[in-house]
Design a protein around this ligand. Structure first.
Ligand SMILES: [Zn+2]
Length: 439
């Protein structure tokens, strides 16, 4: 490969390393890997990113991902996977019949459903190992879905290219909600069901009812999915042996099916009311856990980031527009929205917190229409962000919501928030002093 061909990949590595390493240095190393050591492009890029302390999941251009690394709404992904199942289906598009394929792809990290929207010349059979280039991902019912569109190419690979799926260790481990981590198998725990809903999913082309919701013990809340009807009800205390953990954007979820031993028990356990409160968690614990359901964080709001205040979204995909253009759909008529992307620090670590329109209007004490007028008058949207920054930066604040993780770190989608009067900073200092006292 020459300099021109590797340029987009150099750019990609540079971005994955937050521009901390120079283009020349990256280009030199990449050329060495490719032309001297004959390392495949994917591995070379991942190695360079890791070498400089970055996360290879941040690479975006033509780099192969593991299925467990996929996030929703990725515009271009490459995969090496096994076809676990594949089925034809006829759907109606604008009154015309159209043939599509759907099924499941698997690798050594996960299985993920896929849909192929263009099936001409597409040859895929159950058990095939395939290289997929330029697919894209969406989110459906809280799960990542892979889509093959007209830019996607599929080519056959040798079966050895994908190692077999390896579920977590099979030993039984007793666990509390706060201990749950990606990949755990053989989990044994007792929890109370706080909420429950029934939903229909497709499993290998067949409809199946699953039962999911939120469960809790005294250490916190987590989502769960039961793949069989155990006759569960809200409020039941369950003893589960042989559950396994999958994470969704960093949030651990307990799954159990016919292989697990599940019993509704009558034992002394914290009440619904006690368990419904949102536990306060230090940010460093959230970073270590990766994600959590309905959590409270208390800290100082230290930054109101770019992209806060009055923003315009793509009407098709809700992405935030830059210079009136969507990254996927080009120039579009944007729809106004309000949000705050803030950084909150509690002395143990920092978290990005996203506040939606309702909370932003509450902080501003202004409606969105008033903000639009303000921006017109000032001839810049930034006036709204400036107001928010003046109002919120350096304020102690308590926020509550779900915490998820992506390549950029942990993030809370805030459900409720309150600016506090108490001295959080002092409290954080005291905690730091305590920690220092221990060392
Ligand atoms: Zn769009």
């Amino acid at each position: 490969m020459d300099r021109e061909q590797i340029a987009p990949h150099v750019e990609d590595i540079k971005r994955a390393l937050d521009d901390k390493v120079s283009e020349d240095q990256i280009a030199g190393e990449l050329e060495n890997y490719l032309n001297v050591y004959r390392v495949p492009l994917d591995s070379a890029k991942r190695s360079i990113v890791r070498k400089y302390g970055g996360n290879p999941a941040g690479l975006q251009v033509g780099v192969q991902k593991k299925l467990a690394e996929l996030a929703p709404n990725e515009p271009s992904v490459s995969l090496l996977a096994r076809v676990v199942s594949v089925n034809p289906k006829e759907i109606q598009v604008n009154g015309n019949a159209k043939n599509i394929l759907y099924g499941i792809l698997g690798d050594d990290t996960a299985t993920v459903p896929f849909t192929a929207w263009e099936v001409e010349n597409l040859e895929m059979e159950k058990g095939d190992t395939v290289r997929v280039e330029n697919a894209y991902t969406k989110e459906y019912r809280g799960q990542v879905q892979i889509n093959f569109g007209n830019r996607t190419t599929i080519s056959p690979e040798s079966p050895e290219a994908v190692p077999p799926f390896t579920p977590g260790p099979a030993t039984v481990r007793p666990a509390k909600v706060a201990d749950l981590r990606e990949g755990f198998g053989g989990v044994s725990m007792t929890v109370r069901i706080l909420s429950l809903e029934e939903r229909e999913v497709m499993v290998e082309g067949n409809k199946k009812m699953v039962y999911s919701g939120v469960m809790a013990d005294e250490t916190g809340k987590a989502q769960f999915t039961a793949w069989k009807d155990y006759g569960l009800k809200e409020g039941d205390v369950l003893k589960i042996e042989g559950g396994y953990i999958r994470t969704w954007r960093g949030i651990p979820q307990l799954n159990f099916d016919e292989r697990a031993e599940v019993n509704i028990v009558d034992e002394d356990f914290p009440s619904m009311d006690d368990l419904k409160t949102s536990p306060r968690i230090w940010i460093e614990d959230l970073i270590e856990r990766g994600g959590a359901v309905d959590t409270t964080v208390r800290g100082i709001l230290v930054d109101v980031k770019e992209g806060s205040g009055l923003i315009y979204r793509c009407p098709e995909c809700r992405r935030v527009l830059r210079k009136n253009a969507c990254r996927i759909h080009g120039e579009v008529e944007g729809e106004a929205d309000l949000r705050i992307k803030a950084v909150i620090d509690d002395g143990s670590g920092a978290i990005t917190a996203i506040f939606g329109r309702e909370l932003t209007e509450k902080f501003l004490n202004k409606s969105m229409d008033v903000c639009i007028d303000m921006a017109k008058e000032a001839m810049t949207h930034e006036v709204v962000r400036d107001d928010l920054a003046d109002m919120l930066i350096a304020q102690p604040i308590e926020v509550q919501g779900n915490v998820t993780r992506d390549d950029f770190g942990i993030m809370m989608i805030v459900n409720s928030a309150e600016v506090l009067k108490i001295e959080v900073e002092k409290e954080a200092r005291e905690m730091l002093d305590d920690l220092e006292g221990l060392t």
